[in-house]
Design a protein around this ligand. Sequence first.
Ligand code: G3D
Length: 200
Amino acid sequence: MGLKGSRMPEARVLLLGLDGAGKSTVLFKLKYNESCQTVPTIGFNVEMIDAKQNKRKIVLTMWDVGGQKKMRVHWRDFYQDTAGLLFVVDCSDRCRLDEAKRELEHALRNEQLRGLPLVIFANKQDVEGAVTATEITERFILRKTCSDRDWFVQPCSAVSGAGLLDGFIRMVHLVKTSSDDNIKETVKYLRSKSMRSVRK
Ligand code: G3D
């Protein structure tokens, strides 16, 4: 998606996770610093959040796609042009960790997400007995599964906001913006042109 009229470089980030993991709560807390009454996401929520990458201003367009089983088949419709993946895990729900792992692995196997940075929000850390970020790293075998990409597991509580900004900033620094790609394309084009003129 382009930002008509905006000169700021943009990166599109996909917020995925099982239903009830806390995706919408994460998104609204990050955007408005408020908790809100969420309803199951049928379709998607999208918010633009301003950020700073090094010293320049960028915009992250965050897509929160419904996590219910019937919605997961549509996740791939959102993969194109994605620059980073935020995967939210409900760490208080031990029974669904394997399901979350399976869905994450399935998404990561998609060619369109190859090599893209991944930040996992190990959410609901405020709940007693919640699985820790270290346990998520081990249970999800992330060192192996994500050996071909940058990844990070951020413990957080979307309700209190603890850890959210840290995870968000991590993503901001890992994503490539659309203008980075444009610059690379331009450099490639100029190089090929100069090579042609050298050969003449
Ligand atoms: P989803 O968008 O991934 O489907 P939601 O998930 O954001 O709708 O959150 C599902 C439920 O989990 C909500 O509670 C929400 O308040 C709760 N939740 C989200 N993040 C946290 C957290 O960090 N800690 C705790 N304790 N709860 C959280 P309800 O009761 O509205 O279903």
